[in-house]
Design a protein around this ligand. Structure first.
Ligand code: ARG
Length: 589
């Protein structure tokens, strides 16, 4: 479909660039540089004439004027669609006509149409590695961001048509098991018939005590290492215990995933790759990428400054595999067996070195072997702090378990819902509290730029004002109510034409709606969902201003239909936006 295009900014960029190069002689270096414009300058602005002026030593305003005339000669830019103007030192201001706005909203405004329009990742297989906690430990607040961000990224990729494989890469093969198995033997623990939560607490205690012992005694440390080597060597009895530990851990993790409605397509822990490690070691040695030192294997990236002295250790001197070896084998699996075109890792910033070295190693290895190299991306993020700026902990100094965090959010939301709406029945109240509580935590995380640290604050997250989940969920519920109460004959179901958008609040709301695809592309470009949060918050704000200023159902049928149409589009976008962030939405609050 040539008109109206899904992403207007993209479309303008493409065609204004073409006109500048072909019809104005601006040359191949020229690009239109289209941006979203502040309202007083129209809907978009193109800044390309400024750079062109520098290159050619011609006043940019003069170039912009030449450009404008050439653009006006194009049928695509007819005045029924766009109003164009040269402004300031050589900007091209672009405003859509009220008619063009309606055409765009009619073509792209419902959720299914939006999904059909955004297909640029069609046929692309993306593996998203997220959550990925370590076995035998409760998930705590430190595991929140990967979970929430990873889920949102999957949804965005899916929206753009990708085939997404959500892979939970559990840490189930690491050194913790040597310590645990040793301690279990000493304390005679067998873990039979345990509730997941209770089991995990027991395991955490065992690990703590065991860890203290190996720290204090060489002998204990050696025993723990031997336990790990025996386990990794396939000892039956140890494997049986190890399986029980993992079953308990997974069941406990699943309770949290259920609570916040996140699902995985695959749960493949590090241990799933143990049989392909030999192939990894062999190939890396054959390609002379890994170097042997005693029994240990290391990869040096000598042309990368700080990795000269800090090699990528892929096998320990006792022959045990490690985190790095299984990550290497995992890439192979994802490419060969899952057909991955891209692999994304939602993991905190402290693992930056690990991923850089992993990616460098894979690049060299795959190039030497002639394997297809997927796109590899570390989607890194900062830390969640307490309101005092330090890591958040429980009173006894432990990180707060995620289960407790979500339960508390739901309890707090329930108290607010009961106060705001005492007439609700118990069942609805609980449903709303869950959506608001869980949503508040997810949104409170996603609305922060992922690369920054942020301070966790119940009051801010659960507030009904500002850039929060409760505010947006409430705005959406209000839009649902407007739709429910609208007379049927005014709805646009029959597809009868809508009159052009009027200037003022109608236009302000419509132009915000037009920017939705551009926002989604910005989110996709660098996996930053906070840009979508900001957008939705601003959209809700535009809607409030519109609703305060414009009577929706009035005596003029035409006007009422147009305004209801705007309400319905706002509802769709807000709903879709919140769904892409992984929030459960409500029709009533
Ligand atoms: N289990 C690791 C941890 O808790 C995170 C794993 C991330 N994924 C990966 N493929 N390395 O730190």
């Amino acid at each position: 479909m040539e008109w109206p295009p899904f992403d207007l900014q993209h479309h303008l960029e493409e065609h204004l660039t073409r006109v500048g190069r072909e019809n104005c002689g601006f040359g191949e270096e020229f690009s239109a540089q289209v941006q979203l414009a502040p309202a007083r300058f129209g809907d978009f602005q193109a800044n390309g004439a400024l750079a062109q002026g520098k290159r050619s030593q011609i006043p940019p305003r003069q170039l912009a004027q030449r450009w404008l005339e050439a653009v006006r000669g194009e049928e695509m830019f007819s005045p029924t669609r766009y109003e164009l103007q040269v402004a300031g030192g050589g900007f091209l201001n672009i405003a859509l006509s009220g008619q063009a706005m309606v055409e765009w909203l009619a073509a792209h405004g419902d959720g299914d149409a939006l999904r059909r329009s955004a297909r640029e990742l069609d046929g692309r297989t993306c593996v998203v590695d997220f959550s990925s906690p370590n076995s035998a430990k409760q998930m705590h607040v430190g595991h929140l961001r990967s979970l929430v961000l990873g889920d949102a990224i999957c949804r965005i990729l899916e929206f753009f048509g990708a085939r997404v494989i959500r892979d939970n890469h559990i840490g189930d093969w690491g050194t913790q098991f040597g310590i645990l198995l040793r301690q279990m033997a000493r304390e005679g623990v067998t873990l039979e018939e345990m509730e997941p939560e209770e089991g995990l607490k027991l395991l955490e205690g065992l690990y703590r005590r065991g860890f203290r012992e190996v720290e204090e005694s060489e002998e204990a440390l050696r025993e723990a290492r031997e336990e790990l080597v025996a386990l990794q060597g396939g000892d039956r009895a140890r494997l049986a215990l190890w399986e029980r530990i993992n079953a308990i851990s997974l069941a406990a993790f699943q309770q949290i995933y259920d609570l916040c409605s996140v699902h995985f397509d695959l749960v493949r822990g590090e241990s799933c790759y143990r049989d392909s490690l030999d192939r990894v070691f062999r190939e890396l040695l054959d390609c002379a990428i890994a170097e042997e030192d005693g029994g240990a294997l290391a990869v040096f990236h000598r042309d990368h400054g700080r990795f000269c002295t800090q090699p990528f250790l892929i096998r320990k001197s006792d022959g045990a595999s490690n985190y790095a070896s299984s990550d290497l084998a995992t890439v192979l699996y994802r490419v060969e067996r899952l057909g991955a075109d891209a692999i994304l890792y939602a993991v905190d910033a402290r693992q930056q070195d690990h991923f850089q070295q992993l990616f460098l190693t894979v690049e060299r290895w795959f190039a030497r072997m002639g394997y297809r190299l997927p796109e590899l991306r570390h989607i890194s993020f900062g830390t969640i702090c307490g309101e005092d700026g330090r890591a958040i902990r429980t009173r006894s100094g432990e990180p707060i378990p995620l289960r407790q965090l979500f339960s508390e959010a739901i309890a707090r939301a329930l108290a607010i819902v009961e106060k705001k709406n005492p007439g609700l029945d118990g069942e609805s109240r609980r449903r709303i509290a869950r959506a608001v509580g869980v949503g508040a935590i997810k949104y409170g995380d996603l609305c922060q730029n992922r690369t920054s640290d942020y301070a966790f604050s119940w009051d801010r997250m659960l507030s009904f004002d500002g850039n929060t989940a409760p505010y947006l969920l409430y705005a959406l519920a209000r839009l649902h109510a407007i739709a429910r109460h609208a007379p049927r004959e005014l709805s646009n179901e029959a597809g009868e034409a809508i009159s052009p958008i009027r200037d003022g609040e109608e236009r302000a709301l419509a132009r915000k709606l037009l920017h939705f695809p551009t926002t989604l592309h910005q989110v996709l470009a660098d996996f930053r969902p906070h840009l979508l949060c900001t957008y939705l918050y601003e959209l809700a704000g535009e809607f409030s201003s519109f609703y305060a200023a414009c009577r929706v159902i009035g005596p003029d049928r035409d006007e009422s239909r147009r305004r209801l149409f705007l309400c319905s589009r706002t509802r769709t976008f807000l709903q879709l936006g919140l769904e892409l962030l992984g929030l459960e939405t409500l029709e009533q609050m």
